[in-house]
Design a protein around this ligand. Structure first.
Ligand code: AMP
Length: 215
């Protein structure tokens, strides 16, 4: 799942993972979990995330390798927020090749830049289960409380507007080149992300090769 911060990658990855019955892997969620648990990885990643910058490639590639080697993760997955640089894309390709696998399809969620900051700054997340809500979109049933697990919702520190601006710059400089990279490989599908959640999901499902569709 490729796209700028605020494009809806997390929401769409969750829905798609449920439909296709495969795991959803978000490197951002893994890193936030490591920070919450104060692991060495979390301590390493936090300063980068606080600044809205990317965690070094070798760290994230290591994380993905370890995840792919785990039980139950060989059947395919929705990768959300990874790869984010060309070096990561190459690392992923090598790792998958060793496992006899490959990237099947890249969904690029396109959203007008001027909408992104508004989407990011209105977002609230559950620190426990990573469910996402929006001031002007999907609101929780009880104000400030997660529908899924009841935890108190928070704003991600890197969703504050100053950091969000930096994340957008980083996206355009380092991640956007992946659009052409995967287009060149003939596996990129461009999805209009400026539609309702359901509509985006329908468009995504329609672009997947027949073998991927379940349910
Ligand atoms: P996300 O939840 O995908 O918006 O990611 C939040 C933050 O985690 C990013 O701004 C980066 O600091 C870090 N991060 C997540 N995925 C990656 C990645 N693939 N490469 C480097 N940093 C990442």
């Amino acid at each position: 799942m490729l796209g700028p911060p605020g494009a809806g990658k997390g929401t769409q990855s969750d829905l798609l993972a449920q439909r296709l019955n495969v795991p959803h892997l978000s490197t951002g969620d893994l890193l936030r979990e490591a920070i919450a648990r104060r692991t060495p990885l979390g301590r390493l990643a936090q300063p980068y995330m606080d600044r809205g910058e990317l965690v070094p490639d070798e760290v994230v590639i290591g994380l993905i390798k370890e995840w792919l080697a785990r039980e139950g993760h060989q059947t395919g997955a929705i990768l959300d927020g990874f790869p984010r640089t060309l070096a990561q894309a190459h690392g992923l390709q090598e790792t998958l090749a060793e496992l006899g696998r490959q990237v099947g399809q890249v969904l690029y969620l396109r959203v007008p830049t001027e909408e992104l900051l508004e989407r990011i700054s209105g977002r609230y997340v559950c620190p426990q289960c990573a469910a996402t809500y929006h001031r002007r979109g999907t609101r929780p049933r009880t104000e400030g409380q997660c529908d899924v697990c009841g935890a108190e919702l928070v704003q991600r520190p890197d969703d504050r507007v100053e950091v969000a601006r930096r994340r957008l710059d980083v996206y355009f400089a380092q991640t956007a080149p992946l659009i052409d990279y995967y287009r060149g490989q003939g596996i990129l599908a461009e999805i209009n992300g400026a539609q309702s959640v359901d509509r985006v999901l329908t468009d995504e499902l329609a672009t997947l090769p027949a073998g991927y569709r379940h349910n």
